[in-house]
Design a protein around this ligand. Structure first.
Ligand code: NAD
Length: 363
């Protein structure tokens, strides 16, 4: 066994059907009685329910949320939180609601209770992001890690197929990159593989029967494990590509993950024989890139960058920007060195949307 260092974050997790009502207990533990309640539009009814349960303790409701946290939105939310003297933030929604809560927590230094309703995993990481002038700036701070996370599968029952599949792929991408990203340890590998296994097992069931509560629960559980894996490791080439496609070219975050993941795996797999063997075992196919692509098709997620609205003429500029982002990955960096030309070739394959195989990419 090689030696390793693993830091365990201390967030509490409450998991279970109907567990959203536990938000009252979690705020009591924090001794919070001036709450900012952030909710995405789709979570409006849940937010009403939580606001009724919390009564006068909700001093500020905030319903405006956007992907990649535009700086102007973050600043307005921070100002409102300061004016209302909030002492805790509750967020209910996907990664965008959690992202806005993190942006407020970063400056207000107030604890977050997160109730995630997608599979994005942000609630388990110390990573925050704010976007201005088409540039998504990320940072890392323990102050943005939610103190409590409440996973209630009931809140995911009405998630449409167009959000479910891509969001599950977002979670899978965390698991895949946690297998080799800087910070990987045997412990993070356990989270990553178990998370990917739970997602692989449940996603097709959820696609076939979206209101199957048990399958939804397993999918959310898998996403939780994948979020922990991401939170304890970092980003590789795959996350850097999606970061640029979202922040600079405004692609929907989860959709970009769905399209890119099979192609980024095909690129990195040749130098990761052990990790890819473990991933293949979970995905049930000899070629992990092809297996992911097949799962994407089965889950009805987008499989071409063209379908996401990216124009071919933007690919070279995207590749240059991604190369610069990949250079910022801490040592040992992405497992397979890549130039802007490599990234461009990967983007072109993803743009065309052909089924990738590891062999086809090895040169
Ligand atoms: P999102 O939060 O924007 O949600 C996508 C859409 O789904 C929205 O319209 C939302 O209202 C709707 N929705 C959410 N939950 C629903 C439900 N249960 N039922 C029906 N509709 C629902 O998208 P996302 O993919 O969850 O999050 C993306 C954002 O999260 C990006 O900005 C990304 O950068 C960020 N993110 C951050 C981290 C991190 O560690 N900091 C990790 C992952 C994602």
């Amino acid at each position: 066994m090689n030696s390793f260092t693993y830091s365990q974050h201390r967030a509490r997790v409450i998991f279970g059907d109907g567990s959203r009502t536990r938000v009252v207990d979690e705020l009591n533990l924090l001794r919070a009685d001036r709450v900012m309640l952030i909710a995405t539009g789709s979570a409006g009814a849940v937010a009403d329910e939580l606001a009724a349960a919390l009564g006068r303790n909700v001093v500020l409701r905030w319903d405006e949320v956007a992907q990649h946290v535009p700086l102007d939105l973050a600043e307005r939310a921070r100002e409102a939180a300061a004016e209302a003297f909030v002492d805790a933030i509750v967020c209910v929604g996907g990664g965008s609601a959690v992202g806005l809560a993190k942006a407020v927590a970063l400056t207000a230094r107030r604890p977050i209770v997160a109730i995630p309703t997608t599979y994005a995993g942000s609630e388990q990481t110390t990573i925050y992001a704010v976007t201005s002038e088409q540039h998504k700036q990320t940072g890392n701070s323990i102050s943005v890690l939610p103190r409590s996370v409440i996973y209630d599968p009931e809140l995911t029952l009405d998630m449409p197929a167009g959000i479910t599949g891509p969001s599950a792929f977002n979670a899978l991408a965390h698991a895949v990159e946690a297998l080799y990203a800087p910070g990987n340890t045997p412990v993070t590998t356990v989270y990553a593989l178990q998370g990917a296994r739970a997602i692989h097992r449940s996603l097709a069931r959820v696609v076939a029967a979206p209101r199957d509560l048990e399958a939804r629960g397993e999918l959310l559980y898998g996403a939780y494990l994948c979020g922990v894996a991401l939170g304890a490791t970092g980003a590789g080439l795959h996350h850097k590509i999606c970061h640029v496609l979202g922040g600079t070219f405004d692609l929907v975050h989860a959709d970009a993950h769905s399209v890119i993941l099979p192609h980024s795996v095909a690129f990195n797999a040749p130098v990761l024989p052990d990790e890819m063997a473990e991933l293949s075992d979970v995905l049930g196919g000899a070629d992990p890139a092809a297996a992911l692509w097949d799962l994407a098709v089965a889950a009805q997620v987008p499989t071409t960058l063209a379908a996401l609205g990216l124009v071919a003429a933007d690919l070279p500029a995207a590749a240059e920007r991604i190369e610069a982002e990949v250079a910022k990955i801490p040592a040992p960096g992405n497992p397979r060195p890549c130039t802007a030309d490599d990234v461009l070739a990967l983007l072109q394959r993803a743009y065309a949307g052909a089924r990738p195989t590891v062999d086809a990419v090895v040169r």
